[in-house]
Design a protein around this ligand. Structure first.
Ligand SMILES: NC(=O)c1ccc[n+]([C@@H]2O[C@H](COP(=O)([O-])OP(=O)(O)OC[C@H]3O[C@@H](n4cnc5c(N)ncnc54)[C@H](OP(=O)(O)O)[C@@H]3O)[C@@H](O)[C@H]2O)c1
Length: 328
């Protein structure tokens, strides 16, 4: 079959579509026919030799995929079951979703809610699950009365967070470095658009004006630091990403004088029950959304290299879908 393979030979990393054979790593692995995969920021990190994300010398990329079970010895996911596959070391330390078929442990598999097609599942993908988990973490903390900030708003996590949070009735303010995307973000539900530098005021003070009733951040670094110092009393920020960097320089003051919370979001090692709950919430919220509006464009396996370059420099607008069956 055809797949997007990453190989390290003699210290040289090469990537591209190739003819490969996949085999199960463990006899209990299930085989999934991939209908769609998606391009995630983490996929770009896997092919970046300066990052320490990749954990195998040779593997098929793609941290998530959706399709149909073809082989399974697990009675809870028999052949024919529509599933998403993601998490663990998929596409990082073992063959991933940029392929026509993928083997994975059953624990990496989520049965899709009936209302979610395999295409819609990958329009959302790991990014959408992270966005949904972020919204849920904030809602569980308490009522969100006021502006909910979403940073990195044109990216995968950000744009889906804008759409999901708006659909759930929250007043979303989208922060972006791409002002030309304002009308698209408004069409997803954002009530206001601000620049990356407008998240917090009073740069000379430790604390900024209390502004955000909640925030969803996948950018990290100084962006997250600015969010924390401008949260309202008792508010939380759901943090899932690090596109701007992994270092967080802040002070303890927002936490001990305003009672704010830094809520970590992870969907990679998320326990199965929480993952199923998050997919269910995603499907229920997606029912009132124009899911296709979240798609930047669709590619085949030949297009993965360019897509990884685009997402690696933070220039996507929404999600890039990969259809492995439409290869040249
Ligand atoms: N914790 C988890 O389980 C989990 C799951 C999924 C994803 N993630 C993480 O979430 C992050 C986002 O993933 P993604 O797939 O949504 O990436 P993405 O599509 O590339 O989106 C990131 C967005 O952040 C903004 N941005 C990029 N570089 C920036 C910079 N240097 N400074 C400030 N803003 C910048 C851009 O939006 P604007 O131009 O609109 O500002 C960009 O579109 C990644 O770190 C990923 O690893 C974590």
């Amino acid at each position: 079959m055809r797949a997007f393979q990453i190989s390290l030979d003699d210290d040289v990393l090469t990537t591209g579509p190739r003819d490969v054979t996949v085999t199960p790593r463990d006899p209990s692995d299930v085989l999934v026919r991939v209908d769609y995969s998606g391009v995630n920021f983490k996929d770009a990190m896997v092919v970046d030799p300066t990052q320490r994300v990749r954990r195998a010398a040779r593997l098929i990329g793609g941290v998530d995929a959706a399709g149909v079970i073809v082989e399974s010895s697990d009675p809870t996911i028999p052949p024919g079951t529509r599933v998403a596959v993601h998490g663990g070391d998929l596409g990082v330390g073992r063959d991933g979703g940029f392929a026509e078929y993928v083997y994975a442990p059953a624990r990496y598999v989520s049965v899709l809610p009936d209302s979610l097609s395999t295409r819609a599942a990958m329009v959302f993908g790991t990014a959408g699950l992270s966005a949904m988990a972020s919204v849920m973490a904030l809602e569980e903390r308490g009522p969100l009365e006021g502006d909910l900030l979403v940073t990195g708003a044109t990216g995968g996590v950000g744009s889906i967070a804008v759409a999901l949070a708006s659909a759930r009735g929250h007043h979303v303010v989208a922060s972006t470095g791409s002002p030309d995307a304002s009308s698209w973000l408004e069409s997803l539900g954002a009530r206001a658009i601000i620049g990356r530098e407008e998240i917090a005021d009073k740069p000379e003070r430790v604390l900024a004006t209390e502004r955000w009733a909640g925030a969803i951040d996948c950018v990290g670094a100084n962006t997250l630091a600015q969010v924390i110092r401008s949260l309202r009393y008792g508010a939380g920020v759901a943090a899932s990403g690090l596109v701007a960097g992994a270092t967080l320089a802040t002070t303890i003051y927002p936490f001990i004088t305003r009672g704010v919370a830094l809520l970590g979001v992870d969907v990679v090692e998320m326990p199965a029950r929480a993952r199923a709950r998050t997919w269910d919430a995603l499907a229920a919220t997606a029912a009132s959304l124009d899911v296709e509006a979240l798609v930047d464009h669709e590619i085949d396996l030949e297009g993965v290299t360019d897509a990884l370059e685009v997402i690696g420099r933070g220039a996507t607008r929404g999600r890039i879908l990969v259809n492995p069956a439409t290869r040249a």
